[in-house]
Design a protein around this ligand. Structure first.
Ligand code: HEC
Ligand code: HEC
Length: 424
């Protein structure tokens, strides 16, 4: 490895980059003081797109149909039905809370406890990381035959031009871009990304946040015991990290990939293996456990119904093979970190209790009728911190919105790299 590509050197340079960024931050805040920001306008249009059921073929399905605010923007059904009657995917729709903070897909070097350098895949969107980042991800549901089922960008553009928010969107991007299918849809995707970066998706106001900030009374006795197990004999915190890895409080995931050996639901699902081959077969990205209490059923295929069962699975998977049945790729199952943890029934109960401490208060409220959660105390606190979202640096030109050189050359092909990842 060349000296200049070493991560340590890059880390040493980071503080300088921060100084440069400070200048940018101030200007963004200045804009915000004098009215809505470009990102604010985009996020509002993104929200309309998120709710718009006229964008699917046949009409009747929107993002919100499978990502419901009442369930932390996940789907309570194991798999979601598509816009076309009789079609369905084969994976459980995950929560969109904190999705904008998932790091981009990468092959990273890490250091083990004994100081060895190892490489591992991490990050990326979807359970198998097939979208490099959120911008790549938000394009796919429109064209997935098991989801919104559109044919191409022209069809999406035509529907956007007929939408209830057409005037608003045309104002935002101007008449030239409005006429160009590629430009128009590019801005629709950007708007969705800005919406998913909205403070309401990153409140960090769960009781675990208070506890980690020093308020020991924030957890019940049982939850505190659960946390001991989570850090200790359960080994949960090895992957569902309790320490922050970037500028936010902990996301309760390292976003690494593993095959837990979860029950098969029929046709084999390669997971990360579709991208990297044999060693990744059956591996899926470790999810954030934030709001996990609200997002049953569990695992990439929705094969486990309750948190109690999830804990029993981690604890005794290898002792009760008949209970859990076959798994898709037995040869790559992680047998070192789980499957026979030797936890007592009480410890299992305490782990289940702990999961409730991961629920954001603003979301718990939204269960009772509000369409969207409130976002009084977003983290990070200012719109300026949007600069630090993983998709910012390589996707978003400083002259947002719509620096024309950001938009790829026109083609009629829909952006749908999901082939092979889903059942027809
Ligand atoms: C028919 C149901 C359905 C619709 C409609 C749908 N999604 Fe999803 N969404 C899913 C499923 C299922 C997954 C997981 C798929 C996978 O991993 O292969 C997913 C994954 C995601 C993810 C990745 C989250 C993560 O943790 O990696 C994001 C972000 C997302 N959807 C946003 C959207 C947006 C934005 C829309 C609207 C444009 C949308 N979804 C429409 C079902 C749906
Ligand atoms: C070696 C890494 C690793 C360890 C250790 C680990 N997990 Fe996980 N966890 C994962 C991965 C990967 C998934 C997703 C697996 C899948 O979908 O097939 C997951 C999924 C989960 C889910 C389901 C979340 C959802 O939204 O579907 C819960 C709950 C969970 N883990 C809790 C725990 C607890 C509690 C422990 C400790 C007893 C633990 N995990 C230990 C990696 C790990």
């Amino acid at each position: 490895m060349e000296w200049w590509s070493s991560h340590r050197i890059v880390a040493a340079l980071l503080p300088c980059l921060f100084l440069v960024d400070m200048v940018a931050i101030e200007s963004v805040e200045a804009i915000e003081d004098s009215g809505p920001t470009e990102q604010g306008i985009a996020a509002k249009i993104g929200q309309e797109i998120f709710l718009d059921e006229s964008l699917s073929r046949p009409v009747g399905q929107a993002c919100v149909s499978c990502h419901s605010p009442a369930f932390a923007f996940a789907d309570p059904r194991p798999v979601s039905p598509g816009a076309v009657k009789g079609r369905e995917g084969r994976r459980n729709a995950p929560s969109l809370m904190y999705a904008a903070l998932i790091p981009s897909f990468a092959y990273e070097d890490l250091f083990t406890e004994d100081g060895r350098e190892i490489y591992a895949y991490e990050g990326g969107l979807f359970h198998d990381g097939r979208a490099r980042d959120l911008f790549e991800q938000v394009q796919q549901p429109f064209f997935d035959p098991n989801e919104m089922n559109l044919t191409d960008l022209a069809e999406l553009a035509a529907r956007l031009r007929r939408s209830a928010y057409a005037g608003e969107m045309k104002n935002w991007i101007g008449p030239q871009r409005w006429k160009d299918d590629r430009q128009l849809t590019y801005h629709a995707f950007r708007a969705l990304v800005e919406f998913l970066k909205d403070p309401m998706f990153r409140p960090f106001d769960a009781r675990i946040d208070d506890y980690l900030a020093g308020n020991s009374g924030a957890l019940s006795e049982s939850e505190r015991r659960g946390l001991e197990v989570f850090r200790g004999p359960g080994k949960c915190a090895d992957c569902h990290l309790l320490e922050p890895t970037s500028w936010t409080p902990p996301l309760l995931s390292d976003f690494g990939y593993d095959n837990l050996g979860v029950p098969s639901r029929g046709e084999k699902d390669s997971g990360l293996g579709a991208k990297i081959g044999d060693e990744g077969m059956g591996q899926f990205r470790a999810p954030s456990l934030r709001n996990v209490e609200l997002t049953a059923p569990y695992m990439h295929n929705g094969s486990i119904q309750t948190l109690q069962e999830v804990m029993e699975f981690y604890n005794k998977r290898d002792l009760e093979p008949q209970r859990w049945g076959v798994t898709d790729f037995p040869e790559t199952v992680n047998r070192e970190d789980m499957g026979n943890l030797k936890l007592t029934d009480q410890q299992v109960k305490d782990l289940v209790a702990l999961m409730a401490a991961f629920t954001d208060r603003s979301l718990a409220v939204s269960k009772y009728g509000k369409p969207f959660p409130s976002s009084r105390k977003p983290v990070p606190a200012t719109a300026a911190k949007r600069l630090y979202f993983p998709d910012w640096t390589h996707r978003l030109h400083a002259a947002f919105p719509g620096a024309p050189d950001e938009v790829p050359p026109s083609t009629d092909k829909p952006p749908n790299p999901s082939k092979g990842a889903r059942a027809k």
